[in-house]
Design a protein around this ligand. Sequence first.
Ligand SMILES: *Cc1c(COP(=O)(O)O)cnc(C)c1O
Ligand SMILES: [Zn+2]
Length: 478
Amino acid sequence: MADTKLAKGSSSAIQSGIAFQRCLNSLCGATFDIGQERTACDRCGDLLDIEYDWSRIEVPKRLSDFEQMWTRRYEPLRFSGVWRFHELLPFAPADKVVTVGEGQTLLQRADEVAKFVGMDAGKLFLQYEGMNPSGSFKDNGMCAAFSHARMTGAKRAACASTGNTSASLAMYSSVTRLMKAVIFIGSGKISYGKLSQALEYGALTVQIAGDFDDAMLRVREVSKDLGIYLVNSINPFRLEGQKTVMFRVLEALRWEVPDWIVVPGGNLGNSSAFGKAFRELKQLGLIDRVPRLAVINAAGADTLYQLYERRNLRWNDGAPDMSITCHYYDDLDARKAKADTIASAIEINRPVNLKKCLRALDFCDGVVRKVTDQEILDAKAQVGAGGIGCEPASAASVAGAKMLRDEGIIAPSERVVCILTGHQLKDPTATVAYHTTDQDKFNEVLGSRGVSRASFANRAIAVPNELDAIIRAIQLYG
Ligand SMILES: *Cc1c(COP(=O)(O)O)cnc(C)c1O
Ligand SMILES: [Zn+2]
């Protein structure tokens, strides 16, 4: 079996040069040891990538070889939907790997949603990352960052979060007891489902008078000052774990590559990780073609859309024209523009992984779209009607697929996978407001966001507390 080398793996073998950190900037290219904690290049300040010397790693010859890992589910490393692909993210020695059983997720064929999107039956799939232990895809990355934090001997880990990163960090911290969690959140921009997780799991929660972008700046300063391990998606190890979402998609499609991957875009960690996953699989000869990538912004937080589709910002072989980005951010500041969308998980105007996402868009012949809160909520209602719902940000993928289908960019016969990033129960306020009969409630939560109708509302029927009336109502509506 090909995996024995790593499953038994000696830490020294893995740390001595098989994996290293490398600056994304092609003009710099500085490399750093895997054992050090860094969130940016020392020399030029750019993002870091995790790279491997694949010639020294025993990677299975075919992707289907990974199916043999299923037979060893009693081993925590093979039970995990992330670590059973350990050979494709071999930065941590087996004895440092952290898992709480993440990545046991489902790719579901969704014919009703396909109809809504305008696809042929059997062509649209939903990848339910809300099934992770903390209820969002963030666990895929957090177990990887936590493993690296453990390699560095960290005692505390911190993040700024729109909610799900903090829920995930708090969970790993309390289940494993390996590190204390410190969480920075903005005020008023976090759903109760997510906040309740951080509080109940016992994380130290710091609420800043500001929005996510403010909290992000502060957490970077504070972690540097206090030497706290930072687990935001600027952390390159998190993205290694998130690659496995794509491995599981391929696995569920019996190792066939779909035509499209459609993913919501916030800090652009997922889209970056997906691009890296396909680049490496191709490089290793494990796939022979790559899917196209569609990244979907909310209209109220559409930086990537503005830069990529409107201002033609491109990867440009590792030297994107970042003056375009600077001008754009200066203009946001001048207008005092703040991100604003019901999809709080992607309510981000300064995506930290922008450059990596440009690389992914380049490699996967990508497109970017923006969808309104109205489109997001209608798509969410359609997903939810299929039984395994999602939070608002996740439904941006389905709304985006519909838009690309309407534009004729996605053909009805192509195979499309939409990533559902978070669980339905993360944000019940938006869902209940959408389905309510109480117009005031609707206006309070959704009206201010430009949502004017609930096209697929399933409204409760109000009846007096009388048996006859109840029976009549059920006969009438049922
Ligand atoms: C974090 C998050 C996103 C955004 O993902 P990025 O990788 O930051 O683009 C989208 N949806 C949900 C539910 C999230 O928690
Ligand atoms: Zn550099």
